[in-house]
Each structure stands twice: as structure tokens, then as C-alpha cells.
Ligand binder design. Structure first.
Ligand SMILES: Nc1ncnc2c1ncn2[C@@H]1O[C@H](COP(=O)(O)OP(=O)(O)OP(=O)(O)O)[C@@H](O)[C@H]1O
Ligand SMILES: [Mg+2]
Length: 498
């Protein structure tokens, strides 16, 4: 059995395809259909889910949230009061391990394999880090699947209709994705995708927090950033207030710090004004993706909403104003990604698939893949080898020529990003191709590829003889090394999670 996991910034969900071929959510041990992606350290024992979320107020220094925002960030680590530090991969592994244990309890047998979803806009480093987190949690990650593609799978399976071109607008707790695709119950072809890896409900909450922080400073000359408990309280109240503004035209709450109290009253209009710069960012992404797909608004049948933040009425109005299309809320915003992951998991299970329909899925890469080379003036420049929105798996090769006699290696710096200037792209890592000290002018064919998970690989070949030199490891600057993953996996084997 392969389960599907939606590892979210704020909430995670797990699903499987049952014996009748129906995708279903697996509830957690508390009986909830989604689990808060929050970890509390009780001394050294991690607690995941609602109890951890509820404790955030009482024990802010031992609670960690929004880990997904940090995945692939090497400079981040969490230090709890027991003095232990955790990398984003380890923190994600703790959440994944809890989800795995809950699924095992519910289904009654051990789970070893999973499909894990990521935002389509995640880059190679973030995908690899997510996969590593799965490994540390004791899971064989059979596929990293894009969240909008998962949503499309769940939607496509439920439709009996012809081909339709749709946009999936996915605005969750921490990330934003827009994907245009052609869907039928036979196939799902992704045409273009784009997004913002740091845009979601968390940022809307931050706007309210910023506002209240300023109000508190003006009224009481107290800086809330000096009061972690009040700040944590404010984070929760800001989120509640935001949600309440999705239903009511106004909402208010009280906040205290150092014996002083402030009553905060917000109207929906004030909130919309606060988040307008963020709304503008969603429009730019939508426009760019539409352009990349070569379509017009009128070509789209539907705009499907995914993610909790699409419950904000202003977002829906914003989409409608931009596109002239009334966005459709026929998908369950919190569950559809996990259900799609379960469908993908079942489709990968060649022999035992329970599904009646078996749609083919063609995804694309969300970032251009390049290498750093020298221009005629010997300045470094980024040359794009595989442009974004290329159907994956994809590969492209180029011939490199050695400049010196008896050169013993060629070094290749691999990048993701859209700019020619190396300062504006992300260096994934470097690969060193070892050579047998050939005479100068030796030709090597280097092939860069994206696998179906959107992860980069490098292969080399002797151009003259055609002899395969094999795959070369990329020394990834921003990912854990293989020995570190093995070590952490061992340390996590017997970890109890409450
Ligand atoms: N009624 C509502 N109005 C406004 N925002 C809401 C509402 N309900 C949920 N949200 C917000 O939706 C977000 C959670 O959405 P979701 O569960 O889709 O995100 P996620 O999967 O954790 O994040 P991501 O997909 O970005 O990693 C939170 O920021 C939450 O505050
Ligand atoms: Mg999500």
C-alpha cells in the first residue's frame, strides 16, 4: 500500500485508495481529517498536531510551526529548550512520521511507501529536501507530486466530461501556485505553472499582526516583539480574526501586554486594504502563467480553487475581476490534494491498482535549469539549458571541451532560475566529472535532466567514442549529504511521537 500525503505549511492530510477504488482521507488519532503541521517538544519528546498547536501559547519556545517555509533553507534550525537543534528536514520528518503512525493505526498494517505533494513552484532543492525528510521518517518516497497536479487528478477522476482547459489557483497557508492544464479522465497535461513560494495565509496573518503591533506601539509605547507570549497570542487572534472576516463584515479582539490592553476592531475593507499588495502579487503570477500557456482567459473552462486561503471572499472577487470567470469551489480545499496524492499512489501500484480510470499525467518543471559558463569576456553567465514549463521527465545535453592538457576534471555548476546573471538564480550545486587526463580539446557530452519528481540529475558521455561515463553526483550546497541522511534516519527509527 502506498499512501498519499499532503504535507502542508499549516495543515497536513493523508489519504489512500480503499478496496472499492475510492480515494479516502485517513483520520488522525484524534479523529481529525487534517492535522496541524505543528510540533511541540515536551522535554525531548515531540508532540504533533492539535495538542501541539494548542500549546503554542503556553510554551512558545518549544513549539515550531510553518516548517515548510524553511525547507531547503540551510541557515535555519530550531533550538528547543532541551538544547536540541533540528534542521527543516528533521522537523518535516517528525510531522511525516506522526502521519505515518496515524495511518498505520487506522489501517492496521505497516506503511512503507508514500507519495508526498509539494507546491508546483518548489525548486529542486526544496523537492530533494522534502524527499530526504520522507526518508528520515522511514518512508520510501515513491513520488514527489505537484499539489495542483494532485488536485487535478482528484478532479479529473470525478469528471465524465471531455477535455477541458482549467486553471488551478492554490493559495494555502504558506505557498501560492497557479497551474494551467488540460484535464480529462484519460489524461492530465500540465501546460504552464508558476507561483510564489512565500505567499499564503501566514502572510495575511502577518499583515494584521503588523497593524496591531503599530497600534500597540502608538497607544501604549509597548513593542510586542519584545513579548513572545503576547506575540504568539496575537498570531492566533490575527488568524481567527482573518477567518471571521471571511464570513462577517467586521471582527474585533482584545490583546494585553505588560498590563496594558488594546481593543482591535477590523473591518473587511481594512483587511482587504492591508493585503492588497499580496493580492497584486497573485495577479502578476496568474497573468504570467496564462501568457506562458499561450492561452487567453476565454480559453479557460474553469478556475478551480484549492487551499484554505481561497475562502477569503476578496480573493474570489480578485480572481473574477482579473479573469472574468467566477471561480469554482467544487473541490474540497483542505482535502483534495491528499486525495489526489492517494490516486497517484494507486496508479503507481501497477499490479494492484484499484482505480477504474487510469489517467496519464504529464507535468512540467517550474524553474529553468541552467549551468554557469563563461561569456566571451570571461565573465560568468547563466545559460539556460531546459526552459521552465518543459514537460518532464526531460533532458538536454551539450558538449564541453577541455581547455588544458591532462585536465583531470570538469566542473559543472547547475542552477535554477530565469536570469542570465548568476546572482539572480539559485545554485543547486556543483558536479565534478573526473577525467583520465586526456589531451586538451577532449569532448564530453553532458546531459542535464529533470526526473518525474522535478529533481535534477547529471550524466556524462565521451563524445567521440559514445562511451557512457555514468551519473555524477551533484554536490548540493543546500541539501543534507547522503551520510547525514543515513545517520538521521537511524536516529529517527525508534523515535516516539505523541
Ligand atoms: N475561512 C477562512 N478564511 C480565511 N483564511 C482561511 C480560512 N480557513 C482557512 N484559512 C487559512 O488557510 C490556510 C491553511 O490552508 P491550507 O490548509 O490549504 O494550507 P496548507 O496546505 O497548510 O499550506 P500550503 O499548501 O501553502 O503548504 C491558513 O492560513 C488558514 O488561516
Ligand atoms: Mg496545501
Amino acid at each position: 500500500m502506498i499512501i498519499g500525503i499532503d504535507l502542508g505549511t499549516t495543515f497536513s492530510a493523508v489519504a489512500y485508495v480503499d478496496k472499492d477504488g475510492i480515494p479516502a482521507i485517513i483520520p488522525n488519532r484524534e479523529g481529525e481529517r487534517t492535522s496541524p503541521s505543528v510540533i511541540l517538544f515536551e522535554q525531548s519528546v515531540p508532540v504533533v498536531g492539535s495538542r501541539a498547536k494548542d500549546e503554542a501559547l503556553n510554551d512558545p519556545l518549544n513549539v515550531v510551526q510553518f516548517v515548510k517555509r524553511q525547507i531547503g533553507n540551510t541557515s535555519y534550525s530550531f533550538l528547543n529548550e532541551a538544547g536540541e537543534t533540528y534542521s527543516p528536514e528533521e522537523l518535516s520528518a517528525i510531522i511525516l512520521k506522526r502521519l505515518k503512525q496515524d495511518a498505520e493505526d487506522h489501517l492496521g498494517f505497516p506503511i512503507h511507501h508514500a507519495v508526498i505533494t509539494v507546491p508546483a513552484y518548489f525548486d529542486d532543492v526544496q523537492r530533494k529536501a522534502t524527499k530526504d525528510a520522507g526518508k528520515i521518517a522511514g518512508l520510501n518516497v515513491v513520488k514527489i507530486l505537484n499539489e495542483p497536479t494532485a488536485a487535478a487528478l482528484a478532479y479529473g477522476i470525478s469528471q465524465q466530461s471531455e477535455d477541458q482547459d482549467v486553471m488551478v489557483f492554490d493559495l494555502g497557508g504558506g505557498t501560492f501556485d497557479v497551474t494551467i492544464m488540460s484535464i480529462s479522465n484519460q489524461e492530465i497535461i500540465i501546460k504552464a505553472t508558476g507561483g510564489d513560494r512565500n505567499l499564503g495565509g501566514f502572510d495575511f496573518d502577518n499583515k494584521i499582526i503588523e497593524y496591531v503591533h503599530n497600534q500597540f506601539l502608538q497607544t501604549h509605547q509597548i513593542d510586542l516583539y519584545d513579548d513572545p507570549i503576547a506575540l504568539q497570542q496575537l498570531r492566533e487572534m490575527a488568524e481567527e480574526c482573518k477567518k471571521s472576516l471571511s464570513i462577517y463584515p467586521e471582527s474585533s479582539f482584545m490583546l494585553s501586554s505588560q498590563g496594558k490592553t488594546l481593543r482591535v476592531a477590523l473591518t473587511r475593507d481594512m483587511f482587504v486594504e492591508m493585503i492588497r499588495p499580496l493580492l497584486n502579487r497573485t495577479s502578476i503570477v496568474m497573468r504570467n502563467v496564462l501568457q506562458d500557456s499561450g492561452m487567453e482567459w476565454a480559453d479557460l473552462e474553469k478556475i478551480l480553487l484549492v487551499g484554505g486561503s481561497t475562502r477569503i471572499p476578496a480573493i474570489r472577487e480578485w480572481i473574477q475581476e482579473a479573469s472574468g470567470i467566477v471561480p469554482s469551489d467544487e473541490l474540497h480545499p483542505d482535502e483534495v490534494v491528499a486525495l489526489g496524492a492517494a490516486i497517484q499512489a494507486d496508479l503507481l501500484n501497477e499490479k494492484q491498482s484499484r482505480m477504474m480510470l487510469r489517467p496519464a499525467v504529464v507535468d512540467v518543471n517550474s524553474h529553468s535549469l541552467g549551468i554557469i559558463s563563461l561569456d566571451p569576456q570571461h565573465r560568468e553567465q547563466n545559460s539556460i539549458i531546459l526552459p521552465r514549463n518543459t514537460p518532464i521527465p526531460a533532458k538536454k545535453s551539450d558538449v564541453f571541451i577541455t581547455m588544458d592538457d591532462r585536465q583531470d576534471n570538469v566542473s559543472i555548476v547547475v542552477t535554477e532560475g530565469e536570469d542570465e546573471d548568476p546572482n539572480y538564480v539559485r545554485v543547486i550545486g556543483q558536479s565534478t566529472i573526473q577525467l583520465d587526463r586526456p589531451p586538451k580539446g577532449y569532448e564530453i557530452r553532458v546531459t542535464l535532466s529533470y526526473d518525474a519528481d522535478g529533481i535534477v540529475h547529471i550524466n556524462a558521455q565521451d563524445e567521440r567514442t559514445g562511451k557512457d561515463m555514468g551519473e555524477f553526483m551533484i554536490d548540493r550546497k543546500s541539501n543534507l549529504s547522503e551520510p547525514a541522511i543515513v545517520d538521521k534516519t537511524k536516529r529517527f527509527t525508534d523515535l516516539t511521537i505523541n
